[in-house]
Design a protein around this ligand. Sequence first.
Ligand SMILES: *[C@@H]1O[C@H](CO)[C@@H](O)[C@H](O)[C@H]1NC(C)=O
Length: 327
Amino acid sequence: MLKFLCVLVGIIAFTNGSNSDLPAVTQITEPVDLAEGPIWDGRKNILFYVDILTGRVFSYNYNTREVNHVTLNGEVTPVILTLDENLLLVGLNRDLVALEWDGTNELVQTKVISTVSQQFPGSRFNDGKADKKGRLWIGTVGPWVNGVLSPDEGVFYKVTKENLENPSVEIAPVNNSNGLAWNAANDQLFYIDTNSNQVAGYDFDLEKCSISNHRVVFDLKYHPELAGSPDGMAIDENDNLWVALYGGGCVIQVNPTSGELLQTIAIPARDVSSVMWGGPNLDILFVTTSRISLSEEEKLKSPAAGSVFAVTNLKTKGIPVFNADII
Ligand SMILES: *[C@@H]1O[C@H](CO)[C@@H](O)[C@H](O)[C@H]1NC(C)=O
């Protein structure tokens, strides 16, 4: 019944959204504790995402609005698509795991293909994405001990077919490796270490498969009107960045060339974890959120926290993410 009601509410809100000129924010899933890692598979019209701490990988079917999941043994994020539409890559603790799952039926099998960061046994994978040539850029984060993040235990890696045994370190140390996006020309990589409160830019050499020339393209310290820290990130067709603000209750649109804050979209959840373009026209911004850090009282006040939201009517759209090609 609850499921049916949500479907109905979703449809109504979508209808309103398309009649208005303003962005419309619609809750499209039930809440989980820490939704993260949204990724759109245009081959199936499925949005994959995870609930990190419960080890669950979810699929939201855009056509049927059905949500399915499989449960893995550990903390899971991110989800990366591969050339094979029934094979996903996920980070499971410090393992990179190939997950044979079509998003609808039973899990077929899992296989560990690489393990990183032996020197930081308590750390785990966090955000990651494939580049245009299918190589995987993926980072880690240290453990939280009594609510405090163990500093400098994160590493940002590049994983290729050739280096699965020993992925190369690209940025280290980092605290909380997050949002990444390439511009349309694939000559810049944007990267977030959440605790820096900045969005960084690097020159990206697609042929040499390397990054260089770190710079700051956006710094929250110059925006006292914004709360929270930058988390997951996506890019639109005009090379503007969309950044989830964890603790900030919003998604911001930023021009990484001018450093300008272009737009703030309020989300009805304080802890906004990530964003991904999707939908058949890539013009829906899917937004994941968390309720894990809310008090019981706060949870009552924001019952949608932990859900996935769809933001429509943004008058721009995304570019497709790339599929990994490393196994
Ligand atoms: C990580 O966080 C600690 C504590 O806030 C800080 O001292 C350190 O400089 C940070 N490391 C990086 C790489 O930003």
